[in-house]
Design a protein around this ligand. Structure first.
Ligand SMILES: [Zn+2]
Length: 113
C-alpha cells in the first residue's frame, strides 16, 4: 500500500532529524498532506501507528494537516486554493496554471527531546 511506504519514509526522515539533533525521543510530528498526494489520511494514521513501534517515534503524536490544491495562474498571477481537482484559473479561466502546493506530503515540524 502506498501509505505504508510514505510512512516508512517519514519515520526514516524523523529518525535522521532526531539523530542530527541528539534527540532520544520524538514527541510530536506535524505533517502536511496534499489532496493530490494520493494518500488516504486515515490509512496514513493507521500505518503510522503500526510502523512507529520500535522507533524513536513510538510515543509521538501525529498531526496531519490536509493541504488543498494551491495554484498560481501564469496569465494573471492569481494565486488560489481549490477543493476540487481542476487545473484552471478561477479569475481568468486560463489553463496555464502552476501547482504550488497540494501534491506532496511534507514534514512541517518535529518536537523532540
Ligand atoms: Zn488567471
Amino acid at each position: 500500500m502506498h501509505e505504508y511506504s510514505v510512512v516508512q519514509a517519514l519515520l526514516n526522515q524523523c529518525e535522521e532529524v532526531a539523530a542530527k539533533n541528539d534527540a532520544t525521543k520524538v514527541l510530536k510530528i506535524i505533517v502536511k498532506i496534499g489532496v493530490m498526494a494520493g494518500i488516504e489520511i486515515h490509512l496514513f494514521e493507521v500505518a503510522f501507528d503500526t510502523f512507529k513501534e520500535g522507533t524513536l517515534c513510538d510515543e509521538a503524536e501525529l498531526i496531519v494537516n490536509p493541504q488543498k490544491l494551491k495554484l498560481e495562474c501564469k496569465e494573471c498571477g492569481h494565486v488560489f486554493e481549490v477543493d476540487e481537482v481542476r487545473y484552471f484559473c478561477n479569475e481568468c479561466e486560463s489553463l496555464r496554471v502552476k501547482v504550488l502546493d497540494g501534491e506532496d506530503m511534507f514534514l512541517m515540524s518535529l518536537e523532540m527531546k
